[in-house]
Design a protein around this ligand. Structure first.
Ligand SMILES: [Zn+2]
Length: 612
């Protein structure tokens, strides 16, 4: 049974689209709308627009658009029903039991894996108290019960079959457990648990579903790897998953930067210390995809690494990656052998905070990294290293940031900026990265009002704008003026108005017709026109609201509508007069024709005097 459409509308109406999308995208207000960097494509200047008034969004860079449900579907990979349920629970609306919708087979498979993984999490949690070594680990690491709960820590018993048996008894098929990465199957067909005798750290997607595990050994056997992870599965993509992101993302947006640490325990220790805008990669080094995920939330990252050689090298790689993708970046190199977890544990929150605030600028870090392993007292080596550093800055997309970085490099190495700049060939600047969709130049600086996507008359723009933004104006147009959409001169404007008229008849909610845009059955170019009308036209003028003058909106819209109708009528009369005048030239004696022209002209003059 599908969810009743009136409940769906109610959920949509009650949801605040700006706060829903704001959990994933840093939005700032521009006039009545909000803008931010599009989460669906790579861009440097924001072309992602959200209208809180209409409850819809539109990116003018990649064209994605929709309402609060489509956003969650696309961003979190949810089904429509899951998106509706997510929004419903956040606005406190109960969805009738049994409301279901047939998912695609791939969706259903992923959902089964998540169900199995969440059952495994519950099983591991139930084992935690019984596992003495796990209890000791939690005690030794100073983990509070609150953190154990928050991060849903569990324990895998030292058994080859405990989890497989428990989940099979719950009805999970063996191939689901295998595809979820929970059990492995031997050549002889027998199965065994992948995680044994380990502390289990569930890993979540951004929606907070368990998609895999990190697991720390509790065995004293030196041959056992300390940490292992779930394998890559249909739900767990290591190169695009941050540990703790679903818990951190609000704070990241709020703090306007993200702290990236190396391990699960580091994330937990920092959360416990009140530093919640931190995440860790899981089972892989930082990738371009990771950076892209963070770029939706913030433009700044702080990388925290252990001061051993592996840490320095990982930091070097990560700095290059962040700079190339247009993030600003700072680096914290902890004393060798320390990580945030050990710092918090052995030296306390205050010392840990102090250490974390010792941030190196990217240039400071890069020069230190180079000097760590290269003998700068030799001119040939110093030359080679300085050139390599300058070349590392060449792909920084923001030219101002790039010049500032070069200037800092110049100060630190004592080589003039222009000389450094000359060592970085022009063609290497702005080198687009692999797999990266580069926004076309016309989007690099969003014009205040881009040209219309299809030809349209100025009076049609006014009319449609009023109708899309105000249900009152739309009803006036159709009920009071009995306006026939077919009389609009431009085809796409006509199609849009016809769709709105139809929507008004079937939609019993009081939302403005523009809110129904995602539901309208219209061709793409007509939809693009509607989105252009909504997002590139401020209405009423933002200058008025800036000055605190609250205009009677409906009255203003009504006047806009009247003006537009007047101008349209004027245009129609003018056209008709031209036609009749042509006919009159053929039949100069036709008195009736002459009188008709005269009457139309009078009407036209009347109308011109009325409209400003
Ligand atoms: Zn986009």
């Amino acid at each position: 049974m599908p969810i009743p459409s009136d409940i769906i509308s109610e959920i949509r109406d009650r949801a605040d689209i700006v706060s829903v999308i704001g959990q994933y995208v840093h939005l700032r207000q521009r006039g009545k709308n909000f803008v931010g960097l599009c989460p669906f494509h790579t861009e440097k200047t924001p072309s992602f627009n959200v209208s809180p008034e209409l409850g819809i969004y539109k990116c003018f860079g990649c064209g994605k658009s929709g309402d609060v449900f489509t956003f969650l579907q696309e961003y979190n990979g949810l089904s429509f029903l899951e998106a509706v349920r997510t929004v419903a629970s956040s606005v406190g609306i109960a969805i009738p039991e049994g409301a279901e919708q047939a998912p695609s087979p791939a969706d259903e498979h992923r959902r089964q894996l998540i169900r199995a993984l969440e059952a495994a999490r519950d099983y591991y949690r139930s084992q935690l108290e019984k596992h003495v070594a796990a209890q000791r680990f939690i005690h030794d690491r100073g983990l509070s019960q609150a953190m154990v709960e928050r991060f849903q820590l569990g324990a895998a018993p030292p058994s080859w079959t405990a989890l497989g048996d428990a989940l099979s008894a719950q009805g999970f098929a063996i191939d689901v457990l295998r595809d979820a990465g929970l059990v492995a199957i031997r050549d002889d067909g027998s199965q065994y648990d992948r995680f044994r005798n380990r502390v289990m750290f569930p890993i979540w997607n951004t929606a907070g579903n368990v998609i895999g595990f990190g697991a720390r050994t509790l065995s004293n056997d030196p041959n056992e790897p300390k940490y292992i992870n779930s394998p890559q599965t249909a739900v767990y993509d290591k190169s695009a998953t941050f540990y703790g992101l679903h818990l951190a993302r609000h704070k990241i947006v709020h703090e306007q930067h993200a702290v990236i640490v190396e391990g699960y325990m580091d994330v937990i220790a920092l959360h416990a210390a009140g530093i919640e805008h931190c995440v860790a990669t899981s089972g892989t080094a930082l990738t371009e995809q990771h950076i892209e995920i963070l770029r939706r939330l913030t433009k700044r990252v702080v990388l925290v690494f252990d001061g051993d050689t592996a840490g320095w090298n990982a930091a070097h790689r990560a700095v290059g990656l962040a700079l190339r993708s247009g993030m600003s970046v700072d680096v914290v190199i902890l004393p060798e052998g320390e990580d945030p977890d050990s710092l918090v544990r052995t030296r306390g929150v205050e010392i840990a905070r102090q250490q974390l605030s010792k941030r190196l600028s990217p240039i400071e870090f890069l020069v230190a990294w180079s000097k760590r392993t290269n003998d700068w007292s030799r001119p040939d080596i110093a030359t080679q290293q300085i050139r390599a550093l300058a070349e590392m800055l060449a792909p920084v997309p923001d030219s101002i940031y790039r010049v500032l970085l070069l200037r800092e490099l110049s100060d630190r190495v004592g080589i003039p900026v222009d000389l450094l700049q000359r060592t970085t060939p022009a063609h290497r600047v702005h080198q687009p990265q692999r797999n990266q969709r580069v926004p076309s130049p016309k989007h690099s600086e969003p014009p205040t009002t881009p040209p219309p996507p299809a030809p349209i008359l100025p009076e049609e723009v006014e009319l449609l704008k009023a109708v899309l933004l105000s249900r009152n104006a739309a009803q006036t147009l159709f009920d009071e003026y009995v306006f026939d959409p077919a009389t609009l001169p431009t085809a796409s404007a006509r199609q849009l108005l016809e769709a709105v008229a139809e929507q008004l008849q079937t939609d019993s909610s009081q939302r403005p017709p523009g809110s129904a845009l995602p539901d309208l059955n219209i061709p793409d170019h007509v939809r693009t026109l509607a989105e252009w009308l909504i997002f590139t036209h401020e209405f009423p003028s933002p200058r008025w609201s800036d000055h605190g003058i609250e205009l009677d909106r409906d009255r203003h819209l009504r006047r806009l509508l009247d003006d537009a109708l007047g101008k349209l009528e004027e245009r129609r009369l003018k056209h008709r007069i031209e036609e009749l005048t042509k006919q009159l030239q053929q039949q100069p004696d036709n008195v009736e024709l002459l009188q008709q022209i005269k009457r139309l002209n009078e009407l036209r003059i009347q109308l011109t005097n009325q409209t400003p």
